[in-house]
Design a protein around this ligand. Structure first.
Ligand code: ZN
Length: 406
């Protein structure tokens, strides 16, 4: 059956008349290209190579091309980015339960299909390579934002930290299944809170990390740097005390801060999203690994100067640690790191902000960034109650200070 349909394809393409060895030598790899093309005339030049234009931007297009078409466009000097098409971007077989970019989008679409009156899915920006950064907003009044207290859950700033995508995504899936079953807490939070989910901040990096079914221990995004190296560390690119320590100005470094604060489309998108959703009172940014609960500051050894803000971060972190057994501490107690999301979100927007470094506790014997799909359920499970706790106090995080000491 498979052979027959292949032959049919070859016949249709007029290739059946070629000698077998020539037909076999045709490269079937497809590429996703971001191509500079400023008007319909230049777009026609792109289309005339045979590449298919999938999306048209102001002065660029996304196109799918074979090797020959890609070569033609590269000769014109118009190709800004190219990557092998998504079909080869997948996890190794033994880790297929992890979600790649396409599967994250499918999972978000599935939630929207199940709860169309409660969900709004949108692209909040586009990466260097032309992938959308997806955001899902859950509310009983989803067309009128800012009328309820909100929590923002984010994952996937760092490419190789795949568990950080799974936990917020699967928490929201769990919450909605509990809502459907009538779990009173789930119903109350869905009805009285807004829940914002951005599960994959850095899709370019993540897809690169799994390209060809082999892990590459990639951390950054996929900007082409001025020296030909790749990537900016997105969690060193936020614009609060940017570049003041614990990040590098060398483009080849793992912690490259970028040419300037908010130079990257991913961090710009998150910035704008938080600035335009003023009802977000708390955010939780997932990373891996080390089993830690971190809060500002990262840029300074000094602690938050407003006493109540310092107290609320400390108290909430300690409380959440009672469930997941992670270690709560100020971020800079680990090491100085400037330009991260939580410093910016608290420092400029006064959002109560946490970073979780998920399982495992250490690299040795537990898989580090690649602990295997067997751990997913357990790590999601132990982080459900911390997420529910943040939803509980979203209306007024300072209310947590009235809770009895523990
Ligand atoms: Zn990280």
């Amino acid at each position: 059956m498979k052979i027959k349909s292949c032959l049919a394809c070859l016949t249709l393409a007029g290739l059946a008349f070629l000698p077998i060895h020539q037909a076999e030598s045709i490269d079937s790899t497809q590429y996703m290209l971001k191509v500079r093309a400023k008007d319909k005339f230049e777009r026609s030049v792109v289309a005339n190579t045979g590449a298919s234009i999938e999306r048209v931007g102001e002065d660029w297009v996304l196109a799918i091309a074979n090797l020959e078409e890609k070569n033609q466009l590269e000769k014109l000097g118009w190709v800004e980015h190219s990557s092998v098409l998504t079909s080869t971007m997948d996890f190794p077989d033994q880790d297929r339960d992890f979600h790649n970019y396409t599967e994250v989008k499918a999972a978000l679409d599935e939630l929207v299909n199940q709860y169309p009156d409660l969900m709004r899915l949108g692209s909040i920006g586009m990466t260097h390579q032309g992938r959308d950064i997806w955001s899902l907003r859950i509310s009983t009044n989803p067309d009128f934002s800012e009328n309820k207290p909100a929590v923002l859950f984010l994952g996937g700033h760092h490419a190789r930290e795949h568990l950080s995508v799974e936990v917020p995504l699967r928490f929201v899936q769990w919450l909605m299944s509990e809502y459907k079953k009538g779990n009173p807490r789930a119903v109350r939070y869905v009805e009285t809170r807004e829940i914002h989910l951005i599960p994959m901040v850095n899709p370019d990096g993540l897809e690169y990390d799994i390209e060809g079914g082999r892990y590459k221990t990639w951390r950054k995004n996929r900007r082409v740097n001025r020296d030909g190296t790749y990537g900016v560390d997105l969690n060193r690119n936020y614009g609060y005390q940017w570049g003041t320590g614990g990040s590098s100005n060398s483009p080849n470094s793992e912690t490259y801060m970028g040419p300037q604060a908010f130079s990257e489309p991913e961090t710009q998108a998150i910035k704008l999203y938080i600035e335009t959703h003023k009802n977000i009172s708390i955010l939780l940014s997932f990373h891996t690994f080390s089993e830690l609960i971190l809060y500002p500051w990262g840029w300074s050894n000094g602690s938050i100067s407003e006493a109540r803000d310092k107290a609320v971060h400390e108290k909430m972190a300690r409380k959440m640690a009672t469930w997941n057994k992670y270690t709560p501490e100020q971020s800079s107690d680990l090491y100085i790191a400037s330009g991260d999301l939580t410093d910016w979100a608290y420092g400029t927007q006064k959002v109560i902000s946490f970073t979780f470094e998920l399982d495992p506790a250490n690299q040795w014997g537990s898989g580090g960034f690649y602990p295997g799909q067997g751990v997913i359920q357990g790590v999601v499970q132990k982080n459900i109650e911390p997420c529910m706790y943040l939803l509980e106090y979203a209306d007024n995080p300072y209310r947590s200070l009235d809770e009895a000491a523990f």
